[in-house]
Write a protein that binds this ligand. Structure first.
Ligand SMILES: Nc1ncnc2c1ncn2[C@@H]1O[C@H](COP(=O)(O)OP(=O)(O)OP(=O)(O)O)[C@@H](O)[C@H]1O
Ligand SMILES: [Mg+2]
Length: 534
């Protein structure tokens, strides 16, 4: 079947529509319905296509006059001299006009130019042939390989599954990353968010999760890049190719150089593919989105361009609805599960920003990445006191894990409370019990760091994946003061806890079985291989 964008190179279509429109003149007052139905496969033409004339262009917003019947909302139109510029109908301002948003740059578009209705909405290719490929919002392959042929085109606008078909399993989705698996375990079939300001490690963490999960999971992975850097997409593609996991993966990109309409709709295209694998192929899907904030931002741009009154902080009044339209489609049903991990950029590190607040409310696990921890080099910079997961209950985690997670949080919270006193009066002024807490907390903080496979190239440390059992074991032994005499640095950027002894022995052969030192001196660690600041 022919994809929607192929209309542009559809010779008979072009030969018919363009001259016909030209003949109508710039005013385009002659009512005209082009009999395109015969040219288009019926499955892709839910309404008979019509033709119109551009009457206004304001940036990405285009007004088109259709002298006869108007194409319905969400119809995909093509405008311009060679019908190259795709646009989507978003409103019907009056009986003869539609207002739409361009999904491609509008350079060269002018009033009086022809517009052709594709006869249906924006569509995404689905089928097994999309696996291992990379696409843009229109379903064009952007990996320099031939377009996949064995695909079916489906509308990107679909309803979320009904309540009766939804399923929640409450099963843990292990990532092999200690800080996540111990403190905020992800839910299989759930939605997790990685929240953080600029440059705190969202993309790195997301890429590491992809690295750890793909290959271990039987399902399909879909990566959707929304409004981020093109370079990152390219790097990810090559990294996945090198790791040999491309055959189970699809990538879609609507990056920061693309118009807001494209960034706004690319998530819908990714969801359409995810739904195909879940519903038709009955496979589990891992859907990764970098970055859902850019989706909200694209929506705000579209809304502003359409002339709607902005809401709080300039966001669109329909932000909640738009986000729920996407998030509610990410659901697990009786046919398969969609597990989604989404990076959420938090503007100016302000977690009360309406975009962050709305995103929080949809997720079953939220991992907050803190700038302070990133600045100290404690990567992944997951803030244990702010991150949370719906899975963190004794019924799901088991009694031991739950108890340990609570004890870790308590220790770290006590340390956070003591930090002001330490800064003003020094560690020596603390009570012996508090000093012990500080020692434990600092060792826990360091143990919860981890070298990543994806950062191996620039950190020089080989990546480590740690099972939940090993991670819990390590935390339990630190809380039991087993490592109180081991230098803190030995616990920094290691995998399982036993590596601490090996590392300590390397730096100081006497360290693991050294005589007990005072807690104060134990807290001051050797400079080598330490986080940036303490
Ligand atoms: N686990 C890690 N180990 C070492 N360095 C890291 C780690 N995570 C992040 N970094 C450092 O932080 C930098 C920024 O990370 P990243 O690109 O993931 O941030 P981001 O939150 O996605 O930023 P943006 O909001 O700009 O997209 C990386 O280039 C790297 O230098
Ligand atoms: Mg990023």
């Amino acid at each position: 079947m022919l994809p929607a964008f192929r209309l542009l190179s559809y010779p008979s279509y072009r030969a018919y529509v363009v001259p016909t429109l030209r003949n109508t003149g710039a005013c385009g007052a002659i009512a005209m319905t082009v009999p395109l139905a015969a040219l288009l496969p019926s499955a892709r033409a839910p309404h008979p296509p019509v033709s119109g004339i551009v009457t206004a262009v304001r940036g990405s917003v285009i007004d088109v006059r259709f002298p006869g019947r108007l194409p319905p909302i969400y119809s995909l139109l093509h405008a311009g001299g060679d019908l190259r510029i795709a646009m989507e109908v978003l409103s019907h301002p009056d009986e003869q006009h539609v207002r739409g948003i361009a999904l491609a740059p509008t350079q060269g578009l002018a009033r009086g130019m022809a517009v052709a209705d594709s006869g249906g909405p924006l569509k995404a290719p689905v089928g097994k042939a999309v696996l291992s490929r990379m696409f843009d919002v229109f379903g064009n392959a952007i990996d320099r390989k031939p377009e996949p042929t064995e695909v079916v085109w489906r509308s990107v606008h679909r309803a979320p599954p009904p309540l009766v078909k939804r399923l929640t399993k409450s099963e843990i989705f292990e990532t092999g990353i200690k800080a996540i698996d111990v403190l905020a375990p992800l839910e299989r079939g759930g939605k997790a968010g990685l929240f953080g300001g600029a440059g705190v490690g969202k993309t790195v963490l997301l890429t590491e999760i992809i690295h750890n999960m793909i290959g271990h999971e039987n399902g399909v992975s879909i990566f959707c890049g929304i409004g981020e850097r093109c370079r990152e997409g390219e790097e990810l593609y090559h990294a996945m190719e090198k790791a040999g996991v491309l055959p189970g993966m699809v990538m879609l990109f609507g990056q920061m150089n693309e118009p807001p309409g494209a960034r706004f709709r690319v998530g819908y295209a990714a969801l359409t593919m995810a739904e195909y694998f879940r519903d038709d192929q009955r496979r589990d899907v891992l859907l990764l989105i970098d970055n859902i904030f850019r989706f909200i931002q694209a929506g705000a741009e579209v809304s502003g361009l359409m002339g709607r009154m902005p809401s709080r902080l300039g966001y669109q009044p329909t932000m909640g609805t738009e986000l729920s339209e996407v998030e509610e489609r990410i659901a697990s049903t009786d046919r398969g599960a969609i597990t989604s991990i989404q990076a959420v950029y938090v503007p100016a590190d302000d977690f009360t920003d309406p975009a962050a607040v709305h995103a929080f409310s949809h997720l079953s696990a939220s991992l907050v990445l803190s700038r302070k921890r990133a600045a100290e080099g404690l990567y992944p910079a997951v803030d244990p006191l702010q991150s949370d997961s719906k899975m963190a209950t004794p019924a799901v985690l088991g009694e031991r894990h739950y108890r340990l997670a609570q004890a870790i949080r308590k220790t770290l919270a006590q340390y956070a409370g003591l930090q002001d006193i330490i800064a003003m009066l020094g560690l020596e002024q603390l009570s012996p019990e508090d000093r012990k807490t500080v020692g434990r907390a600092r060792r826990l903080e360091r143990f919860l760091t981890q070298p990543f496979f994806t950062t191996q190239q620039f950190t020089g440390k080989p990546g480590k994946q740690v099972s939940r059992a090993d991670a819990l074991d390590g935390c339990e032994r630190i809380l039991a003061d087993e490592f109180k005499d081991v230098p803190e640095a030995a616990l920094y950027m290691i995998g399982a806890i036993d590596e601490a002894n090996v590392k300590a022995a390397k730096t100081d052969p006497k360290a693991p079985d050294a005589k007990p030192k005072s807690d104060a001196s134990a807290a001051v660690s050797p400079a080598a291989d330490q986080p940036h600041a303490t």
